[in-house]
Ligand binder design. Structure first.
Ligand SMILES: C[S@@+](CC[C@H](N)C(=O)[O-])C[C@H]1O[C@@H](n2cnc3c(N)ncnc32)[C@H](O)[C@@H]1O
Length: 268
C-alpha cells in the first residue's frame, strides 16, 4: 500500500480482517482454509480502496479504541489520540477525591469525558461541543458504553455562560495554527474535521483564553483546569499569567517527551 510501509500494512490487514470477518491474528493462521463469501470479499475490497486513498483506518471501521473503550468515530470527530489518553490518566490520578464534577469542552467523540467516567464512575461528568454532528457521535458513544455523561451544545468562543460550576474543566481544544497545515499528514488534512484542528494564526491561544475566562466564573473554589496543548506553546500559555489570575501553572510531558498537558489553578 502506497501510504503505508510493510509493518503498517500488515497491521491494517489484521484490523480489517478482525472488523469485517471477526478473524483475529491467530485465526488468520489456523483458519487459512476459510473461504470468504462474496459479500465478505466485497466489504474487504471497499475498505481497502478507502485505505488506499489515505483514509484513516478508524474512519473505515468506524471505531477507535480509547482508554479501554471502543468508541464510534466518523469524519465529524477527531480520532482520539494516545496523548489525550494520557491526559485522562493524569486527571484521574491527580484528583483523589471520590466526588468531583467535570466539564469537557470540545468533546468530539466524547473520548475524554467517557474515559474519565469509566475510570472514575462516581464522578459527575458533563461534556459539550459546538458541533451538532460531533454531539450526535458522542451521544451514540454514551449509549454504546452505557456510561452516563451529560451532553450539551456550547460555542466556547462566543458564550460566557455555563449551566453550573465544576471542580474540573478539561479541554483538548483546536490549537493548530493554519500556517502549520502544510506540516500535517494528508491523512489528517484530507479526512479529519478542520473545525477540530485549526485556529487562526493570529490567535493560536484563543480557546485557552476563552476557557480560562469561563473558568474564572465556573470553577468551584480549589477547582482546576486541564488542557492538552500544542507542544510548542507551553511558554506562551505560561505567559497568560500576566493576563489571568493564574495561581499555579504546571506543564507535563507526554510519553514522547513533548510538553503536552497543562494544569492550571486560578487564584480567587
Ligand atoms: C481537538 S478536537 C478534540 C476532540 C476530543 N475532545 C478529543 O480529545 O479527541 C476539538 C473539539 O472542539 C470542538 N470545537 C471547535 N470549535 C468549538 C467551539 N467554538 N466551541 C466548542 N467546541 C468547539 C470541535 O468540534 C472538536 O470536537
Amino acid at each position: 500500500m502506497a501510504f503505508y510501509d510493510e509493518r503498517e500494512s500488515s497491521q491494517l490487514v489484521k484490523i480489517l480482517f478482525f472488523d469485517i470477518l471477526g478473524i483475529n491474528a491467530t485465526d488468520l493462521i489456523s483458519k487459512a482454509e476459510h473461504r470468504l463469501s462474496e459479500s465478505e470479499i466485497l466489504k474487504l475490497h471497499f475498505a481497502t480502496k478507502r485505505l488506499l486513498k489515505g483514509e484513516p483506518v478508524q474512519y473505515v471501521t468506524g471505531k477507535s479504541f480509547f482508554a479501554g473503550l471502543e468508541l464510534i468515530v466518523g469524519p465529524d470527530v477527531l480520532i482520539p489520540r494516545p496523548e489525550t489518553e494520557e491526559l485522562v490518566g493524569k486527571i484521574c490520578s491527580d484528583i483523589e477525591s471520590n466526588e468531583c464534577s467535570v466539564l469537557d469542552i470540545g468533546t468530539g467523540s466524547g473520548c475524554i469525558a467517557l474515559g474519565i467516567k469509566s475510570l472514575r464512575p462516581n464522578w459527575k461528568v458533563s461534556a459539550c461541543d459546538v458541533s451538532e454532528m460531533a454531539l450526535n457521535i458522542a451521544k451514540r458513544n454514551v449509549e454504546r458504553t452505557k456510561l452516563h455523561i451529560n451532553l450539551f451544545k456550547l460555542d466556547a468562543l462566543n458564550s460566557s455562560v455555563l449551566p453550573e460550576k465544576y471542580d474540573v474543566i478539561v479541554s483538548n481544544p483546536p490549537y493548530i495554527p493554519w500556517r502549520e497545515k502544510g506540516s500535517l499528514s494528508s491523512r489528517v488534512i484530507d479526512f479529519e474535521p478542520h473545525l477540530a484542528l485549526f485556529v487562526e494564526d493570529q490567535h493560536p491561544l484563543i480557546f485557552f483564553e476563552r476557557i480560562l475566562h469561563l473558568a474564572q466564573k465556573y470553577l468551584h473554589d480549589d477547582g482546576v483546569v486541564f488542557f492538552e496543548i500544542h507542544e510548542s506553546f507551553a511558554a506562551e500559555l505560561t505567559a497568560l499569567k500576566d493576563k489571568y489570575p493564574i495561581a499555579t501553572l504546571e506543564v507535563y510531558k507526554d510519553m514522547q517527551g513533548k510538553d503536552r498537558m497543562v494544569k492550571i489553578k486560578l487564584s480567587k
